[in-house]
Design a protein around this ligand. Structure first.
Ligand SMILES: NC(=O)c1ccc[n+]([C@@H]2O[C@H](COP(=O)([O-])OP(=O)(O)OC[C@H]3O[C@@H](n4cnc5c(N)ncnc54)[C@H](OP(=O)(O)O)[C@@H]3O)[C@@H](O)[C@H]2O)c1
Length: 297
């Protein structure tokens, strides 16, 4: 019976950092988290912010967290992170149950005149080729049709939860209550509502907007591939986390109503909840927001 593991890339700061902490608290699976620099620093900032009560608990959580170097703009770096994943989680015994492809940079442009060629290219390399290369180098770890996946509950709190909404009822028939989530694997790509062409009423942000539209397209294309390769064992979705208080949105914090500016912790919680409650046939290949509503292409 194949055992699950989780990929969070990147996890150095922002949503990925909070997500890694959340997954360490609320699941039982090992996690491969990636960063471009200061791996020991990232590792300790993730672990130190968890409320472990005993040294055994601390030890157990620490053993589940693996950090590896990964820069999505460098294929050798992707290849070596993938090799590390294969060493830690051999395909004969493990499958990738949750993959979060989150790399993103934002350089806002108001008009075409603001577009700097090299900066735009950097954005496209991180935001578009980034998730695509993560698919290339980590997609093989997703379960194939023939793999018997472990039905062990993935979402069983490993540690006491820390926020109020985390302790709310997680019920819901479709996603299942605690420990009952459907065992299909999900490859999630971080998009954004601005990537919706049909909902584009404001204009601007040419490169970032185009990059996030491309991510919605990539999630769909990859899901069509997974239908053949994995059947209902693995799906791909795109995701809009809302406006989250991270470095990426820093310039806009004071322009967003406080109740609409989420903490990274809340954003992480919602992301996992939406993944947990997606049904294979109905939800695969599409872009979902933090409320579970579709973001149309
Ligand atoms: N924050 C929001 O309001 C918001 C809204 C909609 C969508 N999103 C999307 O959510 C995702 C996460 O955003 P965030 O808010 O957490 O942003 P953030 O705090 O600015 O973090 C960006 C992350 O991307 C990483 N990154 C940049 N270049 C990279 C590269 N070449 N290789 C690997 N990783 C790289 C950064 O790593 P370093 O630490 O090494 O620089 C950092 O971990 C992004 O895709 C973003 O577009 C965010």
């Amino acid at each position: 019976m194949s055992k699950p593991w989780i990929l969070v890339s990147p996890a150095s700061r922002g949503i990925g950092h909070a997500l890694t902490r959340h997954l360490l608290r609320t699941t039982t699976a090992p996690i491969l988290a990636t960063a471009r620099t200061d791996l020991p620093g990232v590792r300790s900032s993730i672990l130190n912010s968890l409320s472990t009560t005993s040294s055994e608990e601390k030890d157990a959580v620490s053993k589940r967290l693996h950090l590896t170097h990964l820069d999505v703009t460098s294929e050798p770096s992707l290849a070596s992170a993938s090799a590390e994943a294969r060493r830690l989680f051999p395909a004969e015994t493990h499958h990738l149950r949750l993959a979060f492809a989150l790399p993103g940079v934002l350089r806002p442009e108001k008009s075409p005149a603001d577009v700097d060629y090299d900066a735009a290219l950097r954005t496209l390399r991180v935001n578009v080729l980034g998730p695509l290369m993560l698919m290339k180098w980590f997609g093989d770890f997703l379960p194939r049709k023939s793999v018997e996946v472990s039905l062990d509950p993935l979402f069983t709190s490993a540690l006491p939860t820390t926020s109020e909404s985390e302790s709310e009822d997680r019920g819901g028939e479709e996603g299942g209550g605690k420990g009952k989530a459907s065992p299909h694997a999900t490859f999630l790509l971080a998009s954004a509502r601005v990537g919706s062409t049909s909902d584009n009423r404001l204009g601007g942000w040419y490169t970032y907007r185009a990059s996030k539209s491309a991510v919605i397209s990539l999630a769909r294309t990859y899901d069509l591939f997974l239908r053949n390769r994995s059947g209902d064992k693995a799906v791909s979705i795109a995701y809009h986390p809302g406006t989250v208080r991270t470095d990426l949105s820093r310039e806009y914090w004071d322009r967003v109503r406080p109740e609409k500016l989420f903490t990274p912790e809340y954003a992480a919680e919602r992301m996992v909840e939406i993944v947990r409650t997606r049904r294979v046939a109905e939800h695969r290949g599409r872009c979902w927001d933090w409320r579970g509503e579709e973001v149309l292409p």
